[in-house]
Design a binder for this molecule. Structure first.
Ligand code: NAD
Ligand code: DAU
Length: 337
C-alpha cells in the first residue's frame, strides 16, 4: 500500500488521473489538495468522492504551514503536482498568480518532501517549456535535451518550476521525475481551452474565434493516455529524469475546428478569425521515444478516436459544463473575446 498526494485534482488532468488511479489501485490511498480556483470544480471529483481510498482537502499549495501540517499527518510516499495556473491567455493578462502557484507552490511542496521524506516527487510539466518549432520544418521535434526557451508567462513559470525541481534533485538529492506533455483533450476539460470552447460555441451556433490564421500546430493527446504515462513514470521512471509525452497527432487549429464542426453537422461559416495571441507559439511536436522504449508506454487513442469520445462526453455532460460556465467564466469571456 502506498499513499499519494495529488495536487490540482479538481482540475482537468488531475481529475482524470484520480478517476483512473483510485479505481485501478484500490489498495493505495489518494489524497487530493486543490485550492478550487476558477478552474477547479468539486463536481469533477464526484465519481470518486465516496471511495474509501480517496480523500479531498481544500487547500492552496502555496500555504506552507498547511502543506507541512498535511505532510506531518499523512506521511505521503508519492507527490504528484498537477496544481497550476494553466491558461496561456490568462498569463498574458495577469502573470503574477502564475509565478506564485506554478513556481512558489512547487517550492513549498518540495520543501515539505525534504522535511518529511518521500519516495518520489513528480512534476507535471508541459511541452511549452521548449518554446516552439517552425512550421516549415516537420522533421523537427522536441527531445528531452532540447533547450528550454519559453514564450509566455505561463511557459516561463512552468520552465522555472522544472529548473527548480532539477536543482532540488542535484543539491538536496530529492527523488524527482518530470513529465512534459503535449496538448491534452478529453472529459472535464475547462471550456476556456480550444477544443471544449469550440464544441460549446458550435453547439450554440455562435462564432468560433480562431486566433490569427489558424495555422498554428498543436500535438494533441487524449487525457487518459497522459495519465497512464504519469502512472508509469511515477512507479517505474528513473530518478532525476525528464520524460516527454506525446502521441504524434499534430493538427493545425483550423483542422481541429473543422473536425468539430463536421462532427456536429455545423457550417464552416461559423469560423471567425480574431486577433492573434501575443507571442503565439507556432508549432509543438513531441518525440516520445524515451518513454516508449524505457517504460513501454503507448497511447490508446489517436486524434480520430479521441475527438469522437470527447465530443460525445461534452454532449452528454452539458450539466457539468453549465455549472463551470457560470460565475467567473462569464467575466473572462467578456474580457477576452
Ligand atoms: P486546470 O487549470 O484544468 O486545473 C488546475 C487545477 O489546479 C485546478 O483544479 C485548480 O483549482 C488547481 N489549483 C490552481 N492553483 C492552485 C493552488 N495554488 N493550490 C492548489 N490548487 C491549485 O489545469 P490542467 O489542464 O488540468 O493542467 C494540470 C497540469 O498539467 C498543469 O501543471 C499544467 O501545466 C500541466 N499540463 C497541462 C496540459 C494541458 O493540455 N492541459 C498539457 C501539459 C501539461
Ligand atoms: O502544450 C501543452 C499546453 O497546452 C499546456 O501546457 C497548457 O496548460 C494548455 O492550456 C495548452 O496550451 P495552448 O495554449 O496550446 O492551448 P489552448 O487551448 O489555449 O490553445 C490551443 C491553440 O488554439 C493555440 O494555438 C491557441 C488557439 N486558440 C485558443 C483559443 C482559446 C484559438 O485559436 N482560439 C481560442 O479561442
Amino acid at each position: 500500500m502506498a499513499k499519494f498526494l495529488v495536487t490540482g485534482g479538481a482540475g482537468f488532468i488531475g481529475g482524470n488521473f484520480l478517476h483512473i488511479m483510485v479505481n485501478r489501485y484500490p489498495n493505495d490511498q489518494y489524497v487530493c489538495i486543490d485550492a478550487l480556483t476558477y478552474a477547479g470544480n468539486m463536481e469533477t471529483l464526484e465519481p470518486i468522492m465516496n471511495k474509501p481510498n480517496f480523500k479531498f482537502v481544500h487547500e492552496d499549495i502555496t500555504n506552507r504551514e498547511a502543506v507541512y501540517k498535511l505532510f506531518e499527518e499523512e506521511h505521503f510516499d508519492y507527490v504528484i503536482n498537477f496544481a497550476a495556473e494553466s491558461h496561456v491567455d490568462r498569463s498574458i493578462e495577469n502573470p503574477e498568480v502564475f509565478l506564485k502557484t506554478n513556481i512558489l507552490g512547487t517550492q513549498v511542496l518540495m520543501d515539505a518532501c525534504r522535511k518529511y521524506g518521500i519516495k518520489r516527487y513528480h512534476q507535471v510539466s508541459t511541452d511549452e517549456v521548449y518554446g516552439d518549432l517552425p512550421l516549415d520544418r516537420p522533421d523537427l521535434f522536441f527531445h528531452e535535451d532540447t533547450p528550454i526557451h519559453t514564450s509566455s508567462p505561463y511557459s516561463a513559470s512552468k520552465a522555472s518550476a522544472d529548473l527548480l525541481v532539477l536543482a532540488y534533485h542535484r543539491t538536496f538529492h530529492l527523488p524527482v521525475t518530470i513529465s512534459r506533455c503535449s496538448n491534452n483533450y478529453g472529459p472535464y476539460h475547462f471550456p476556456e481551452k480550444l477544443i471544449p470552447l469550440m464544441i460549446q460555441k458550435a453547439l450554440r451556433n455562435e462564432k468560433l474565434p480562431v486566433y490569427g490564421n489558424g495555422l498554428n500546430v498543436r500535438d494533441w493527446l487524449y487525457v487518459g493516455d497522459h495519465c497512464n504515462a504519469i502512472d508509469l513514470i511515477v512507479r517505474k521512471g528513473r530518478d532525476g529524469e525528464v520524460y516527454n509525452i506525446g502521441g504524434h497527432n499534430e493538427k493545425t487549429n483550423l483542422e481541429v475546428v473543422k473536425t468539430i464542426l463536421k462532427a456536429l453537422g455545423k457550417p464552416e461559416s461559423l469560423i471567425e478569425y480574431v486577433k492573434d495571441r501575443p507571442g503565439h507559439d507556432l508549432r509543438y511536436a513531441m518525440d516520445p521515444t524515451k518513454i516508449e522504449t524505457e517504460l513501454g508506454w503507448k497511447p490508446e487513442h489517436n486524434f480520430d478516436t479521441g475527438i469522437v469520445a470527447t465530443i460525445k462526453w461534452n454532449l452528454e455532460n452539458q450539466e457539468w459544463l453549465k455549472h463551470v460556465e457560470s460565475g467567473e467564466y462569464q467575466n473572462w469571456m467578456k474580457r477576452h473575446y
